[in-house]
Design a protein around this ligand. Structure first.
Ligand code: NCD
Ligand code: ZN
Length: 348
């Protein structure tokens, strides 16, 4: 096969940032994806419908002419989120989902939730109107090992929440463990998960073996190989419960390459090429479209994209992508550490 045409994908978890960095990174998503769920962890975070509306306008004005790209806005849940504002924003079509960051779990999450009891009225309103809750599923307790924080979150927070409010529609974001895959696959239709390209491709050795590699550090941190295999198995099982969320999270290199560097992997420029290669390597190219373009809209109750995208398979492996230049400095692109023969040829 030298060409593959699929329905245009969406990205159900994307960090676009703002200002100069957004200007530089956004074209790398708009070139291959139709819609994206836009993460609200700006400084200050996007906590009201009015802020989400203004951020959406800034994004739309940065979309390159000719590209069709629809940002789907997300409200950042705090312990003071107003259920009425949220309902108004959802009914006006401004808000597509709400994001739960446990306070302190990741980049710019300090205004997140400390005590889930405090947000129950908001979650009940969301359950009533069918608005999805997107969950960063890691506990933040310093006595819990960082590699166990997702699994412990399931036990302590997510499973109890599902029991208390089974009608709440939940996306367990960027899952990284066998426990999370198992929890989602055994859940009902109100539970789904996103998976990133990098968690399907690398394990924790990429970060730590042979020297410390900050460009592979993200949250949740990549786990051991058996977890990567469980995620891959969940995707290839083709159940409709897991779909693509890149968690493309650009930080300029100067911020990553520090004694205390930030978490985030920038993969928007090569997401589809990496996924096509991975699926081909597993004789599963026929399942790629469901993961990138069908199961996400199904969960979000949106139509699939009309547009299509064509990927091309080259005779020779494609070069590793150069960093993307921004006005604030270069941003290194995810290197999958495997030969990639695919590239995106055309979106139409
Ligand atoms: C994200 C970021 O940089 O905003 N970082 C990351 O490692 N994924 C935040 C997040 O999604 O956890
Ligand atoms: Zn993220």
């Amino acid at each position: 096969m030298t060409e593959l045409t699929i329905r245009c994908p969406d990205d159900w978890h994307l960090h676009l940032r703002d200002g100069a960095v957004m200007q530089a990174v956004l074209p790398h998503s708009a070139s291959w994806c139709g819609r994206a769920i836009i993460m609200p962890n700006l400084v200050p975070p996007v906590t009201t419908s009015a802020m989400a509306d203004a951020y959406r306008a800034r994004i739309l004005s940065a979309v390159p002419t000719g590209d069709i790209f629809t940002p789907l806005m997300v409200l950042y849940l705090t312990e003071t989120t107003c259920p009425a504002d949220l309902q108004k924003g959802a009914e006006a079509g401004i808000i597509s989902a709400v994001k739960l960051y446990p306070a302190g779990a990741t980049t710019n999450s300090d205004s997140g939730v400390r005590d889930i009891e405090k947000v129950m009225p908001v979650l009940e309103k969301m359950a009533e109107i069918g608005l999805p809750l997107l969950v960063h599923g890691e506990v933040t307790d310093s006595d819990i090992d960082i590699f166990d924080r997702e699994a412990v979150f399931i036990e302590r927070v997510l499973a109890p929440l599902r029991e208390t409010l089974p009608e709440l529609r939940i996306v367990f974001e960027h899952i990284t463990t066998a426990q999370a895959a198992q929890f989602v696959l055994s859940g009902d239709e109100n539970l789904a998960a996103t998976i990133t390209p990098h968690h399907l491709i690398i394990n924790r050795n990429a970060i730590l073996a042979g020297g410390i590699k900050p460009h592979y550090y993200c949250l949740p941190v990549a786990k051991r190989e058996s977890h990567r295999l469980a995620l891959l198995e969940a995707v290839l099982a083709d159940t409709g419960k897991v779909f693509l969320g890149t968690d493309s999270a650009p930080h300029i290199d100067a911020a990553k390459l520090q004694p205390c560097g930030c978490a985030g992997i920038f993969n928007a420029p090569n997401t589809l090429a990496c996924l096509a290669q991975l699926f081909e390597n597993h004789q599963a190219l026929d399942k790629l479209e469901n993961f990138t373009s069908v199961y996400g809209p199904e969960f979000y109750r949106l139509p699939v994209n009309e547009a299509a995208i064509t990927l091309q398979r080259h005779e020779t492996a494609q070069p590793v992508l150069a960093p993307v230049e921004t006005a604030e400095g270069p941003v290194t692109v995810f290197d999958p550490q495997m030969e990639i023969f695919w590239s995106v040829a055309e979106k139409r």
